[in-house]
Design a protein. Sequence first.
Length: 251
Amino acid sequence: MRAHGATNIWVEDRGSEDAPGSYATGLSPTIHVAHPTLREINETDIPASSPLDGDFVKVNAEGRTLVVTGIAVDGFYLTDLSDMTAGYNAIFAHTHSRPKGIEQGSVIEEIIGTVVEFYGFTELGFPTYRVGGKLSNLVPFEITGDLVDDDQAMEKLESRLVEVRDVTVCPLGDGYATFGQWVVLVDPAGNCNNGQGGVNVVSALSATGFDPADHVGGKLHIVGDLRYHAAARPSWLLYTRNDDDIEVVSE
């Protein structure tokens, strides 16, 4: 089930306990298995994992639209717009430095890299890629209070462009001082003390004009790319892209 790309089957005649084999070996002709789509790289029944973890893959982009939804200092977020219904259709391409020749909305015509799980966050490591055209008007998916504590449902949205509306800013804790992460409650019945019903927001390097300390207790509308980190509390993180991704609803 993990086969992809040019594949060969190695066969050995080992026989059995009653009749030992000759140990002759043979190799099948090359079987050309379709390259995996982003959904096939990500789709799993176990949150924070990938069925192709550790594999070097060429993403199936033929007849599909792969678009960059956000850019980070160490990579970019990529979504397959041709496979939106089932989810699992986005990934973070970890370039380890700011990607060159990439803009928000860039269409990627070809991308190859190694599937890596980083604390439960699926990445395509050290990718090579080819950029095509550009799209605009990227529409985020809204995360609601009913969804935010359902890890399996959230896993389907990992690396997607998402938004949260009318969220409450929690008091800043140790996570903000150490990692620049600040918590907002998506579920009005959530708990700022343990992060239940909320997500972490990371904005220090992108929305530089916004200081969460000035808005504790206030309501915000936030757009960003969704990440996961097993050691964070809460484990789901929203990475903003610029100042426009944070809108003050009320103080």
